[in-house]
Design a protein around this ligand. Structure first.
Ligand SMILES: O=C1O[C@H](COP(=O)(O)O)[C@@H](O)[C@H](O)[C@H]1O
Length: 255
């Protein structure tokens, strides 16, 4: 069963999320020299900034120079574009790290920007796949109010993404949330992860979390991932996102 950790506010959530990430990092570095992590875009990145960059107790425990950072999904736009997930990660994590004295940053793997705008979207996905490790130590996920995760969207139009069994990265076209063209991890990539953690905050996520956490709704991509990978999955949510949802209230620290 997936674990659901619930918090009163963003700060405590970000703190425990960072503790959880550092535990996965330490675990990976006990067995090797690198920590393979994939991150999503969206609201997750603020929590990473608060927990890994700003938190005075935890920031020194992050071994950035051993981190290899990949993107669970990416919008097919220039990396400097305001919609780029890499760009958003740079703003919330890489740029603030540059301000730290002597800090060595992570190694990041972005899409091949030179192919953006050339109708080479399948190639962008295929090239990105060649960069990926065999497995991830941790994949950090978001969940849209429609139940999408990565750029795996619910509904018939995007079923081809959930049905993909060979490609680990695929081109998502006609995304219902702009921009329209994206690349995304598929289920074969997600299933290789040692651990997967979702972050969802705010009342706008409540109806979908009710369907996922209480209703075990596998028609929603985030629900499917939760049900498929069970004990490898953790959810970090705030009270507003699970108001009225029948779920045992626990925190990661108390686990
Ligand atoms: O479009 C996207 O949305 C999801 C969810 O974002 P959120 O802001 O609602 O948390 C995100 O996980 C994904 O990476 C992004 O491309």
């Amino acid at each position: 069963m997936a674990s659901v950790y619930t918090y009163d506010g963003s700060k405590t959530l970000a703190h425990d999320l960072a503790k959880y990430i550092i535990a996965q990092q330490d675990n990976a570095l006990q067995n090797g020299k690198r920590f393979n992590i994939a991150v999503s875009g969206g609201s997750l990145l603020k929590a990473l900034n608060a927990g890994l960059i700003q938190d005075p107790e935890l920031k020194s425990k992050v071994e950035w120079s051993h981190w290899h950072v990949y993107f669970c999904d990416e919008r097919i736009v220039a990396l400097e574009h305001e919609d780029s997930n890499y760009g958003a990660f740079k703003k919330q994590v890489l740029d603030p790290l540059l301000e730290e004295d002597g800090a060595l940053g992570p190694t990041c793997y972005a899409i091949n920007e030179s192919l953006v705008g050339l109708s080479e979207n399948d190639r962008i996905a295929a090239e990105y796949e060649t960069l990926l490790p065999d497995h991830f130590d941790l994949i950090l996920l978001g969940c849209g109010p429609d139940g999408h995760t990565c750029s795996l969207f619910p509904g018939e139009t995007h079923e081809y993404l959930l049905e993909e069994t060979q490609k680990r990265v695929a081109w998502c076209h006609s995304s219902p949330k702009p921009p329209s063209d994206r690349v995304t991890f598929t289920l074969p990539m997600l299933e290789s992860a040692q651990a997967l953690a979702f972050v969802a905050e705010g009342a706008s996520k409540q109806p979908i979390l009710e369907r996922i956490i209480e209703g075990h709704d596998t028609s929603l991509p985030a629900g499917l991932v939760t049900e498929n990978y069970q004990s490898a999955v953790s959810w970090f949510v705030d009270e507003a996102a699970v108001k009225g949802v029948s779920v045992k209230r626990e925190t990661y620290s108390s686990h």
